[in-house]
Design a protein around this ligand. Structure first.
Ligand SMILES: [Zn+2]
Length: 267
């Protein structure tokens, strides 16, 4: 069993402020350690359930937050950004049995996490696919489905976990915190770690083949930009329609095209 783990930081236990997610600020160090420990717990859970290979994508900001030495020896870690449109899911392919998401956060425009954003807090005010507002987790589940990899587990803020459960009833989740205004109410960091280890083990030991792969016959994406100049610049991407000063629309039957459009238009 080969497991893919995509890890962000804004949904790790205790996170509350922008400086705590910023690699140029010393506030991030404690949270890089918490992210490392939460990812390590996910690896331990997967190994206990029989995983033989694990890839970890460090998917926050520089892509260089996790301390690789603290992870089990079976792990390969992807640090930095390959430039592939799969982005936070780089190197994912059909050889993986399942995908695990650690430290994820709710979407731009949500009150569920003071650090909520979708790919770029500077650029995107809301992103919708087939009319539904989507988070990074949601987009990445479509990427996983596009290569037939089921989504097994999610940890992150409570609102993201609640929304995710509506789309994936079978998903194992560990809510680490609840966002209230510019604050968070978080569980203890060690309880988050223990719950993630147990939850990932349960998820990987379950009947993975029965997990549905979310997909649609066509994907219509709309991106609301914060600034009109961002929307104008990206409106020249082939196939994109500009539907208002700040909104772009694009449609494809192939989710790879949608991932590629996001990759080039949100920057
Ligand atoms: Zn992040």
């Amino acid at each position: 069993m080969k497991i893919y783990i995509s890890a962000d930081i804004e949904g790790c236990a205790g996170m509350a402020a922008p400086s705590e997610a910023n690699p140029e600020h010393s506030d991030i160090r404690y949270f890089q350690e918490q992210m490392t420990l939460e990812v390590n717990a996910a690896c331990e859970g997967a190994l206990a359930a029989g995983a033989t290979e694990i890839y970890v994508k460090d998917a926050h900001w520089t892509g260089r937050n996790i301390n690789p030495r603290r992870l089990p020896k079976q792990v390969r870690i992807i640090r930095g950004w390959t430039g592939h449109p799969f982005s936070m899911m780089a190197e994912l392919d059909r050889t993986f049995s399942g995908a695990v998401f650690i430290g994820y956060h709710d979407r731009a425009g949500s009150g569920g996490n003071p650090l909520a954003h979708t790919f770029s807090g500077r650029v995107v005010s809301e992103m919708r696919i087939n009319g539904v507002p989507v988070s990074e987790f949601h987009v990445n589940t479509f990427i996983a489905s596009s290569v037939s990899v089921p989504v097994l587990f999610l940890s992150g803020d409570q609102k993201l976990c609640d929304t995710a459960k509506r789309f994936h009833e079978t998903l194992e989740v560990v809510p680490t915190m609840t966002g209230i205004g510019a604050a968070t109410v978080s569980i203890h960091p060690d309880l988050a770690i223990d719950s993630i280890r147990a939850g990932v083990q349960r998820a990987c030991a379950g009947d993975i083949k029965r997990i549905p792969l979310p997909s649609a016959s066509a994907y219509a994406i709309e991106i609301d930009f914060k600034q009109p100049e961002g929307a104008y610049r990206s409106s020249f991407y082939p196939g994109v329609k500009q539907v208002s000063d700040t909104t772009l629309a694009y449609t494809s039957k192939d989710f790879f095209d949608i991932a590629t459009m996001i990759h080039y238009c949100v920057r």
